[in-house]
Design a protein around this ligand. Structure first.
Ligand SMILES: Cc1cc2nc3c(=O)[nH]c(=O)nc-3n(C[C@H](O)[C@H](O)[C@H](O)COP(=O)(O)O)c2cc1C
Length: 396
């Protein structure tokens, strides 16, 4: 085991047919070197035996709330590094969201300050139930819990639908990603940042006020998680971040060429730059005199995202869209047209600032209003999402 000290993972198992897969999660977590303590809801004991849970976790199994103890058991358990509930039943998720804590597992989740990961498993109609969906949203947005959404497949009833628990290997990868600080070790990502410039004559150009701060924050976040970053930047005036491979470009065409060349070696592109969309049809080599008679005409620059997606159909590509109106509508349009995995829509109000207002839309058309956050915080959210794409997309 590479880790210096064992990290404690509480694995909650609820009363679902998928409970047996929870035991496999325990086995795999232990194999990865985690100290796993299993907590069974009272009903879960009908589905898996505490004896097997104890053998697989090599630890005491917790289920009884009211036993003689000096410190309440849920308070001790809540001190773990992570609380994972796999499978999490319909009943359990709704109880957590309602603030109910009448068994050890519910009380542990309510008490802990560690990251909480819920892995639902249920019939499709339960997964689609509006109360459940509202509670999943609430737990994710208000409490910051991570929800590993179920997948389509055969359900306990024999029906096919969305509700099947993700497989244990994926769940364990997700946990590792949260607990291991260097979760992107060995992975290369291309990030673009800043504006591009399109010259009219030797000294004048058209451009936009993008500062590059968002792209630089994303590059630093990937670097801090152990990833290798190729940062392709237009002129920004920012200091080059240390520990990233840096490619300086000026025009949109140069940015396109650098992206196409470097994405070959990478898993994902986060296209945060604001390339200038138009360029003068004619560029004058000399500086035009003030009284020069000229009527500049413009033509579109190449579309970096569209061309890159055609060239690399299987890479993860995240786009940004700056919109002054109909943010969601325009964002969805761009996501679809350019075949993106996710788009971050923002407005021009935060050019150059340290904060940003954003709405994220992913390829499943899940819309996530982030509101106003620091660019550093948004970079963490975006890189988390990229990591999720990496875990759950087999083909990448
Ligand atoms: C055979 C059987 C299978 C079940 N499978 C699930 C399931 O996969 N998901 C779910 O949410 N509930 C399922 N239930 C219902 C839960 O077991 C029931 O709501 C239980 O009270 C949940 O308890 P807990 O959340 O405290 O563990 C199942 C019930 C039975 C009898």
């Amino acid at each position: 085991m590479e880790r210096e000290e064992k990290r404690d993972v509480i694995l909650g198992i609820t009363a679902s047919i998928a409970a047996y897969k929870g035991l496999e999660v325990a086995r795999l977590l232990r194999k990865e070197g985690y100290n796993v303590k299993i907590v069974l809801t009272p009903d879960a004991k009908q589905f898996v035996s505490p004896l097997v849970a104890g053998v697989l976790s090599q630890n005491e199994v917790y289920s009884e709330f009211f036993v003689s103890q000096t410190v309440p058991i849920h308070v001790k358990l809540a001190d773990a590094d992570l609380v994972l509930v796999a499978p999490a039943s319909y009943d359990f998720i709704n109880k957590v969201a309602a603030g109910i804590a009448d068994n050890v597992l519910l009380a542990t989740v309510a008490t802990t300050r560690a990251p909480v990961v819920l892995v639902p498993a249920m019939e499709e109609r339960l997964w689609e139930n509006k109360v459940l969906q509202e509670n999943v949203r609430k737990l994710s947005e208000v409490m910051g819990y991570k929800i590993i959404e179920p997948e389509e497949g055969e359900l306990a009833s024999g029906k096919i639908g969305k509700g099947r628990m993700r497989n244990p290997e994926e769940i364990v990868k997700f946990v590792k990603k949260i607990l291991d600080k260097k979760s992107l070790a060995g992975k290369t990502m291309v990030v673009t940042a800043g504006p591009t410039r399109e010259y009219i004559d030797a000294v004048r150009f058209i451009s936009n006020p993008a500062s590059g701060k968002m792209g630089y924050a994303i590059a630093e976040e990937i670097r801090d998680r152990g990833g290798h970053v190729i940062l392709i930047a237009g002129p920004t005036g920012l200091e080059k971040p240390v520990g990233v491979e840096f490619v300086q470009v000026e025009s949109t065409e140069e940015m396109l060429n650098a992206v196409v060349e470097n994405l070959e070696k990478a898993k994902a592109l986060i296209m945060c730059a604001a390339p200038t969309d138009f360029k003068p049809v004619k560029r004058y080599d000399k500086k035009l005199k003030k009284d020069a008679k000229f009527e500049p005409k413009f033509e579109p620059t190449p579309d970096v995202l569209e061309i890159t997606r055609k060239r690399y159909p299987d890479k993860i590509i995240i786009g940004f869209a700056l919109e002054t109106e109909f943010m969601v509508w325009n964002g969805v349009e761009k996501l679809r047209k350019k075949g993106l995995d996710m788009i971050v829509v923002n407005n021009p109000k935060t050019f150059g600032r340290d904060d940003i207002e954003a709405i994220i839309v992913d390829r499943g058309l899940k819309i996530w209003d982030i509101g106003k956050v620091s660019k550093r915080k948004l970079s963490k959210i975006i890189v988390d999402e990229v990591e999720n794409f990496l875990i759950f997309d087999e083909k990448r």
